[in-house]
Structure formats: C-alpha cells, structure tokens
Design a protein around this ligand. Structure first.
Ligand SMILES: Nc1ncnc2c1ncn2[C@@H]1O[C@H](COP(=O)(O)OP(=O)(O)OP(=O)(O)O)[C@@H](O)[C@H]1O
Ligand SMILES: [Mg+2]
Length: 334
C-alpha cells in the first residue's frame, strides 16, 4: 500500500516585512520593502502509512503547526512535494477536506453562539453525511466523549475540556481517514487529557484512523503514538519509534533493591550503584540487554532481599537527553 502521507523535501518560507520601531521607523517602512525569510519548514521528508499514529514534536517555533497547515491544505509549500491521500493538499482542498479531520487546540471550529449539536448538524450538511451514519457516529462520539451533559448548550458556555471534546467529535463525524490534531490537549486538566488520549487511541486502533498530532505534552506521545517525528528549526531531527529513541540514547533503567536490614555495600557487574541508602540501594542498568533476572542472580539469596522496583526512563528524560546529544553531535535516526 502506498503511504497515506508522503513529504519529500517539503519547505515553507515566510517572507516577513522587516519592521522598524518608532515613528521614523514606520515612515521608513513605507518606503523600503525589506524582507527577511523565515524558513519555518526546511527540507522535511517522511512517509506515513495508513493506520499509523504519529506524534510531531518540537520546541516553540519549530515548524509543527506550519507542517500541519500544509498537510491540511491551508498553506501551500514553497518547496518539495507533499501528498496526502494521493493528492496535493492545497490544490485539492475540497476533496481533501472530505477525507480528513482537523482539530486546532488554539482555534475553535464550533459555532460559538450555537448549541454544540447545531454545529454537528451543520457539518452533516456540509459533508453530506448519510443520516444513519450520522446518527451512529453521533451516538458513538457522545458516549465515548461523555458529551450528553453539554451537547445542547451553546459553545461559549462550555469549559475548555468540554469544548475540546466537542471539537474532536466534530472532526470525526464524517469518518475521516486521517485526523490531524494541533495541540489537542493544551490547557486540559489531567482527567480531560486522559479522556482525550484514551479516545484517540481507540479511534486509531478500532477505526483504523491515521492520527498525526503535535503536542508539548510528552505523555500524549507515550500513550497515543508509537512513532515520533521530532523537528527543530524547521528540520527533521528524528523519525522512528519512541522505543528506538530510548534504546539509541542508551537511556538507563533505574533499579531499586530493598533489603530487610542494611546488607552493607553490594557492588554488581550488571548494574551501577547510583545511591546507597543502606537498606535501599539504587542502581542504573546501563545496558538494554541486561535483564532483571541477571541482576537478581548476581545479588543472590544471602542478603535478605525484600523488594525490587524497576523503572523505565521517563519520556521527558529521553527527550532531554536527545536534545543534549543533538547539541553536541547532530541528530539521531532510528
Ligand atoms: N504566517 C506567518 N508569517 C510569518 N512567519 C510565520 C507565519 N507562521 C509561522 N511563522 C513562523 O514560522 C516559524 C514556525 O512556526 P510554527 O507556528 O509552525 O511553529 P510551531 O512548531 O507550531 O510552534 P509552537 O510550539 O509555538 O506552536 C516561527 O518562527 C513562526 O514565527
Ligand atoms: Mg504550533
């Protein structure tokens, strides 16, 4: 099967008028048209297969929203080739819109003064959704996103978490093949984030909807997206599985051994002691190939071991290590 999205050396350059400050600056601005070029997206290539869930990650200004806008046909690339569902997005905006769903965390697509349900009904007409299909989808989305309590209320009265659930429902009513989400969990509390994440995971796995999402919340990536694309300064830094990123960075697992009483120092070849609190000893597992069993075999039975705790490096730590390494020696590819 061909990729559902393919980007080849895609670029987007904004020409921005240089603005000088103050009154004399404003006068000069009138007569001199000096532009600076901002390379918001700079030679990005990737291919996404149908049914994937991909997290698009990068610091502020890295070019994430710009890439989403090009993939959804809102912006035209200034370089390269972009294909979504076999079409050039900006040249086929109407046909594209029928097959994709888009959610911008920062901008509502619901009608502010109308009840949520009316925006849904309008989309039914815009997308020409068959009545039975619409009823099925509405029932599914209302239950899954727990919207019954507010579906009849005007959007302006909703909390952010309620509105975001309604935005996501709106984007899925017409059964899009791809769902693009630009910061869908921004500003949500932990409970609302959890609802959104579980829902998106389900839509991806049960309906096979391809998901591309940008976020600053790494837990979104961890829970929804096995694949991660990282960008900075318009350029691609990493494309691969989060697991591979972990492995390629040699991120270390943390192990804690708890003993009934302090057994004294225990040096191991399978793990490095990082902190000794007497009865509790903390180690780092430097090597992916070493298993917990290997360590426990080495510790042996003689010390009165009571409990064991093994922790994966958290994603924040993995990403931080990645950016530190990148600053030293350029990007990593899995
Ligand atoms: N319409 C525009 N005109 C000029 N410059 C723009 C325009 N849109 C974006 N930019 C610039 O392009 C760069 C990338 O912006 P973009 O919005 O894609 O970043 P982002 O990765 O989404 O950041 P954030 O995490 O803050 O949302 C930034 O330097 C931004 O100022
Ligand atoms: Mg953005």
């Amino acid at each position: 099967m061909p990729p559902i999205i393919s980007a080849r050396n895609v670029g987007k350059t904004f020409h921005q008028l240089k603005r000088r400050p103050g009154f004399s600056g404003a006068l000069k601005n009138l007569f001199s048209r000096d532009y600076t070029d901002i390379h918001a997206v700079n030679g990005i290539s990737f291919a996404i297969e149908p049914g994937e869930a991909v997290g698009y990650l990068g610091p502020n200004g890295a070019g994430k929203s710009t890439m989403i806008k090009m993939m959804t046909g809102i912006l035209t690339p200034s370089a390269g080739e972009l294909s979504v569902l076999g079409r050039t997005p900006h040249a086929n905006r109407m046909r594209n819109a029928a097959e994709i769903g888009v959610v911008f965390g920062q901008r509502s697509q619901l009608w502010w003064d109308l009840p949520v349900h009316d925006s849904f009904a309008l989309n039914r007409h815009i997308y020409d959704i068959p009545e039975a299909r619409f009823a099925d989808n509405l029932a599914f989305l209302t239950t899954m996103l727990d919207m019954a309590g507010f579906i009849d209320r005007p959007v302006r009265q909703l909390s952010l978490g309620q509105r975001m659930r309604a935005e996501i429902a709106l984007s899925l009513l017409h059964d899009p093949k791809i769902l693009f989400l630009d910061e869908p969990t921004i500003g949500l509390d932990v409970v609302a984030k959890d609802v959104v994440r579980k829902f998106l995971t389900r839509v991806n796995s049960e309906r096979g909807t391809t998901i591309i999402l940008t976020t600053h919340d790494l837990v979104d990536i961890e829970e929804i997206c096995p694949r991660l694309i990282m960008v900075d300064d318009g350029k691609l830094l990493f494309d691969g599985e989060l697991q591979h990123l972990r492995a390629s960075l040699g991120s270390r697992r943390r192990l804690t051994l708890e003993f009934g009483t302090d057994p004294g120092p225990i040096a191991l070849t399978t793990a490095t002691l990082s902190r000794d609190e007497g009865a509790a000893k903390h180690y780092l597992l430097e090597n992916e190939a070493i298993s917990l069993i290997d360590v426990l075999n080495e510790v042996g039975r003689g010390h009165g071991l009571k409990d064991v705790k093994l922790e994966e490096p958290d994603i924040e730590e993995v990403i931080r290590t990645f950016y530190q390494n990148k600053a030293r020696n350029g990007g990593v590819r899995a």
